[in-house]
Design a protein around this ligand. Sequence first.
Ligand SMILES: [Zn+2]
Length: 207
Amino acid sequence: MGVPSMTNVERCGVTGCDRAIAAVLDGESLCRAHFISHCYAQLERYDEMQKAHRLSIPDAESVRRFINQSSRQADEIEHTTKDLDNLERARLLHIILWANEVGSYLRRSPRKVASIPVRLSCDKLGSAWEEETQTVLLSRHGASLRCGHSAKPGEPIQLVRLDTGQRVLGQVAWQRSAESGGIRIGVEFMDCDNFWGLDWGVVEETR
Ligand SMILES: [Zn+2]
């Protein structure tokens, strides 16, 4: 364990390291070299999780926090440090690019193009409607669909698959006019994990 320093300069929190702090990651004070090696180790871990499809929504918050912290501080060190060598500079820039790439995995959830016949019904008081239509895109937790009715975000909607008879409750996530005419709506399912019964790991790979 490090002996408390007598000087005013704060020291790296890694045991046995006596260099000055350059950054703080997840509450840990790190010198420049340890910041770089921690970022590399963590980004490699996220990369492997993503490739194995284990980078999921519960992880997303901590991954996002890490990405923000690491890229912001890498940028700051890169801009404010006078004695950086070329290798350190290259590594800091690599961290920024890599963190950005990991962030884009999180933003991009898989979609599958598929026309599945469904019946939509909306029980809005006073203006209930029902229509048979088709999906345009499927996602793990919802779908976008052609729709002849105007639907507002937040409105509850029931969807029944006409091919299997399965039903699910959801709500309207968005609505827009389609380029081909008519209305497109996005529906998010309430508590159904894999309504479409697809292997999303495979969907993701073949996108
Ligand atoms: Zn250190």
